[in-house]
Design a protein around this ligand. Sequence first.
Ligand SMILES: *Cc1c(COP(=O)(O)O)cnc(C)c1O
Length: 390
Amino acid sequence: MGQKLKKAKRISDLPPYLFAEIDRRKREALARGVDLIDLGVGDPDIPTPSAVVEKLRDAATKPVNHRYPSSAGLLQFRQAVADWYLKRFGVKLDAENEVVSLIGSKEGIANMAVAFVDPGDLALVASPCYPVYHIGTLFNGGKNYFLPLTRENRFLPYLESIPSDVSQQAKILWINYPNNPTAAVAERDFFTRVVEFAHRHQIIVCHDAAYTEMGFDGYRPMSFLEIEGASEIGIEFHSLSKTFNMTGWRIGMAVGNRELVAGLAQVKSNVDSGIFQAVQEAAIEALRLGDDIVEPSRRVFQERRDILVSGLRAAGFDCDMPRATFYVWVAVPKELTSAEFTAKLLDDAGVVATPGNGFGAAGEGYIRFTLCVDKERLKEVTERIRQVRF
Ligand SMILES: *Cc1c(COP(=O)(O)O)cnc(C)c1O
């Protein structure tokens, strides 16, 4: 039996979990009664807008919603996504064929590789990154080629430096702007180069757009699909999680090229049965209200960003002012590694951050803070950090 209890190779071959050490120190500190401030987790602390919660309450009482949903999503939900894309980005989508609902975008990202990555296929992954992109490749027997995001290239992958045999072989490219963990943003010229590159080498582009609604100072990030030719080679993943403070609800969408959407939908129809329809009805309401309910939390995160960034800079740290996302990406003092710096912050200040190398080798030399605690606690963070000697 022992042999048979062995995990499948796809699990045992996973790269080591780099947050184990920080998790252990966190548990120890909590056990000692330390008043930890956790800026490690990217999960909004702000509740879902009440209009959306009310809608769920009503929708939950309807027996029609108690039955299996369709795995592609209610056509009304997909139409609401299409309407929102048109209003927000000027992108026209056919709700029936170019939109699929997701049980959170994480699910869709993982299943995208099931649909399009065969053993031996090569994925280009801009890194540091949200880990699901490259884990999806590995689970399906593919190989990852990482495109390092550095401060010198404004955390945008330098496509021109990819060896030509690699671009020739690559099947799929993963990018994410506004970016987690670096908080970098991409403009039209970058996305245009991505579309040209993808057409030249016949590569599928997967753009994770989870943070387009979290722009600050009036900045409105764009959709990758706004670029001419993008819908011929690309798919965009979106989510209500960060936009509407709905991480627990598990609802997102993938939109774009119809063959890519169909491939993903086909996988899903074989492994899941969609999203509780009442949640879809509430999501329709969220998309309909749009900016009216996003703007209040945008203002909250912007104020928090200003407090944390100015506090960190006053304490001598080096970080860019994020134009979007609820992350702050901070350069670690020269003589320390990301892990050492994170450990020191935890032990000496009771502040939890995430070491940048946990998002990929190119993240070494940085740590990531989230803005998911209230402003008083963030002021406390900057006070505590000011007192730590590095
Ligand atoms: C939070 C996050 C997601 C996904 O969230 P879901 O809740 O699964 O929709 C996707 N991509 C990035 C980069 C994220 O930070």
